[in-house]
Every structure is written in C-alpha cells, then in structure tokens.
Ligand binder design. Structure first.
Ligand code: FAD
Length: 444
C-alpha cells in the first residue's frame, strides 16, 4: 500500500526521538495528508541521554532538553495519551475513553520501559528507575534531598553513567552488577575490565558478580543483602537493569512480539504492509551484518530508523529498501568519552587499531570470521571518524533467507559488497509468503 494522498492519515505512536524523526521524514518526502502523533508522556520529544548525565548534575534543566523539529510538521499532537490497543484489520487504534483513531499508515515508535528487578521494593520512595523525564526529576530531587550513599544496580550504560554522575556530585556510590565485568556483553571482556578500573579510580565502589538476595527497608536507608554476604546500606537506590520493549498495548494485535516487534529488513512489521516500526522497540535483521533480527537501543539508530521507516511506509512494501545502518553510539563516564560503531557484541576477537584502548585512549577493533564488525574508541574521536568510515565501506550480504528468523541463525557466509544497502533480491527473499503469514497469525 502506498500512503500519499491528502485524504489519508498517518499516525505515529510514540512521541519520542524515533517518532519525531519519522514524522519529519514523512513531510520531507511530500506526505501532505493528516499527521497525528500520539504519545503517552505529557512532553514533546526530548533528549533522553542527558537524563543520566547533565540533567542529574543540574547543568541542564527540563526546558533545555526539548528536541527541535527540522521541518514544519503540521501535526496534531495527542500527548498524555497512551494507546491501549491496535486492531490492524480495521486500521484502528484504541485510545483512552473509548476513542477510536483510524489510520491509513502507522509508525510504531514506543521505545522501551525501565525493567524492574524481581523482588525489589519498586514502590519504596528510595528506589528509582531512569527512563523518562519524570523518573529523572524524581531521582534528581532524591539526590538533592539526601547525602548518604547511593546504590546503582546494573552493569550497562545507564548504570555506569549514573554512577559516574553521582560521583561527580561527590556522593558515595556503590555499583552492583550480576556480571563480573561492566558492559561485557556490549563491549567485550577487555574493555569491561578497563571500565571497571576507570570507575574504581574515580572512587566508585564496585560489587561485581553479585546480586541482591534480600531487601531490608530501614529508617533512613535501604538495606541490601548481597549474594557475597555483604550488607549494603543506601539512601537512594537506582535500578538501571535494562529496558523492556513497550509492547503490552499490542498484545492480541497479530504483530509478532518477541523482544520487541519483529520486523522485516525494511522496518515493516512482519505480517503488516501498512505498519512500520522504528527505534528501541523494533527488532529487525540488519542485512549489513547478518539475518538475525535484533534491537538496537541507541540514539542514532532511533534517528536513522525513524527516517528509514517513514520512507518505506510511503514507498510501499514492494518498493521499500532494507534499513542497513552502521550502528554508532557514545557514552560518557568520569569525563571519558567512549564511542562505538558497528556491532562490537558480534566480535569473537579484538585487535588494537590505534593507541592503547586498555590504558585510557585508543581504538579496539572487533573481528568476526576475520572481518571487522565493530569498533570501540576511548578519547579518540578523530581516529573513530577514520575507522568508522573504513568499517562503513564493505557491507556484507547474507545468503538469501526464506523468511525472518526469530531465533539466531547458524553463522552466515558473507560476500563483500561495495554498495551500502543489501540488494533487492535478498529483500524479496525476506518477504513473507502466505504460509508464513498464517504461521504468524497462528502464533498470536
Ligand atoms: C537515561 C538514558 C541515557 C541514554 N544515553 C544514551 C547515550 O549516551 N547514547 C546513546 O546512543 N543512547 C542513549 N540512550 C538511548 C536513547 O535515548 C534511545 O535509544 C532513544 O531515546 C530511543 O528513542 P525511541 O524513540 O525509540 O524511544 P523513546 O525515546 O523511549 O520514545 C518512546 C515514546 O513512546 C511512548 N510510548 C510508549 N508506549 C506508548 C503507548 N502505548 N502509547 C503512546 N505512547 C507510548 C513513550 O512514553 C515514549 O515517550 C539513553 C537512554 C536513556 C533512558
């Protein structure tokens, strides 16, 4: 289906970064019909990355975080409006109060929600999560209103950033993670060890390879009995243990919900030609690397996927092109800038490309089957530019597959390509046949 005419309506669900960039791209591409953006939060899209950094220190305020729109959107904003349900057969979204909103084309960009830890007293005022502005305001207020130790649970980017930020405020910080190394899954063991040293050097107390066995609320503090027998007392606890795709509202819709919304290479939701998905909630095969659908929870991916999804919605599924980005992201901890490109998590081996990454500045390359698949740089922005463009050049093409796989596939044999996008032949092989569609329905 091609959505173009004035009489048509495209609805974007999720007023975050990916939703905003998709809406802009729709207008840039000449869509002059009705555009409706529905968002659960009361705010227009804002910069989430600052929430674990400058917003907590007070260097940026809520008003500084608003995201600028690059084009005149001429959109109807429905903020503070959680979509309850999707009925694809009728092209209808169900909104609060029994309202139905029809669409001709739909962009889903509902992101993720903060994951809660089993057994944690999530309603205790000392226990916080960090995903949205409201969470960040509550955490910032808790930091301002306390002076005792802070416990940050989780070994990923958000927890490391929050720990670093709290240390910069002069607070005693304990970083507790089940994994023995920080960010190991994303960046590998060597970089994980180096990050651990960085945090220790800045006074963060690390409790790695342990988990909370018992929560013991006390007068002013929250007690946590760790699996190594240590009793940790904290005045403020931050649960930063990852995100869960915001898909509850899609249950029963027929879309394939497996760690996000399963999409084909063109961002179209599997089984739906008039629904595209973008940002943290989308799980799609990036044919640049292989045929395994994955989610990517990074800022630049939300920007690029929002734009690509909008283009492909307007183009129609038959003419759509695969979205094959080179993922890039950054993080800042204790004043050290980390940058990554590609998929370091796919690497089986690492190689030093510049400087001494394990000692503080340099770039590590991540190899799979002898091929560079990712980069991680520390304090090396110029070198990263060089190596990122080198990594972007050859885009490997997987062997054609008959349909999207929801389980990891056996290792692919890659043929180097000069073009950044995978060919239409491989896209065609992804498009679902009738049998696969009925299998999708049967699964829901
Ligand atoms: C604290 C923090 C720090 C980060 N730092 C970095 C960083 O340094 N570098 C980096 O690359 N990335 C970082 N990220 C990740 C980056 O911000 C995200 O990848 C990006 O915001 C994803 O955009 P999105 O539009 O997919 O999702 P979101 O920005 O989460 O937007 C989704 C929107 O959809 C809304 N929604 C959900 N369900 C519904 C519904 N049923 N109806 C209506 N609306 C709904 C949500 O309320 C939300 O407003 C950080 C994220 C966080 C939380």
């Amino acid at each position: 289906m091609t959505v173009r005419s004035k009489a048509q309506r495209i609805v974007v669900v999720g007023a975050g970064l990916a939703g905003l960039r998709a809406a802009e791209r729709l207008r840039e591409q000449g869509f002059d019909g009705e555009l409706v953006i529905v968002g659960e939060e009361k705010q227009r899209p804002y910069q989430r990355p600052a929430l674990s950094k400058q917003f907590l220190t007070g260097a940026l305020r809520a008003g500084d975080l608003a995201l600028r729109s690059y084009v005149e959107l001429d959109a109807r904003w429905r903020l503070g409006t959680p979509v309850h349900r999707l009925e694809p057969a009728r092209h209808v979204l169900h909104l609060p109060g029994g309202e139905e909103l029809r669409y001709d084309g739909l962009v889903i960009a509902t992101g993720v929600q903060a994951r809660h830890l089993d057994g944690a007293p999530r309603h205790d005022p000392r226990v916080h999560v960090l995903r949205g502005l409201a969470d960040a305001v509550a955490l910032r207020d808790a930091l301002l209103g306390s002076s005792g130790p802070i416990a940050v649970l989780g070994g990923g980017f958000t927890s490391c950033e929050v720990a670093a930020t709290c240390r910069s405020l002069g607070r005693e910080v304990h970083l507790v993670s089940r994994s023995p190394l920080l960010l190991e899954r994303a960046l590998g063991g060597a970089m994980g060890a180096r990050l651990g040293e960085l945090h220790r050097a800045h006074g963060v107390r690390l409790a790695l390879g342990v988990e909370v066995r018992r929560w013991i609320p006390q007068g002013w503090s929250m007690g946590m009995l760790l699996s190594d027998g240590q009793l940790l007392l904290a005045e403020c606890v931050v649960l930063a243990v990852g995100g869960v795709p915001a898909v509850d509202w899609l249950r029963g819709s027929g879309l394939v919900l497996e760690d996000g919304i399963l999409c084909g290479p063109t961002c179209h939701a599997v089984g739906a030609s008039d629904i595209v998905v973008a940002g943290d909630v989308a799980r799609w095969p990036n044919l640049r690397f292989d045929a395994v659908p994955r989610r990517v929870e990074h800022w630049l991916n939300a920007v690029e996927m929002g734009r690509a999804a909008a283009e492909n919605l307007l183009a129609g599924q038959q003419s759509a092109t695969p979205f094959t980005p080179l993922p890039r992201f950054w993080s800042e901890q204790h004043g050290v800038r980390l940058q990554a490109a590609g998929m370091p998590s796919l690497g089986e081996d690492t190689v030093r490309l510049a400087g001494r990454p394990e000692r503080g500045a340099g770039i590590a390359g991540y190899l799979r089957d002898g091929r560079l698949v990712g980069l991680v740089g520390q304090e090396s922005p110029r070198g990263m530019l060089h190596w990122t463009s080198a990594l972007a050049k050859p885009a490997p093409q997987p062997q054609p597959q008959s349909q999207p796989q929801s389980q990891p596939l056996p290792r692919q044999r890659f043929t180097p390509m000069r073009q950044p996008a995978a060919s239409r032949a491989s896209l065609a092989s992804w498009q679902l046949g009738r049998a696969a569609r009925s299998q999708v329905r049967a699964n829901n």
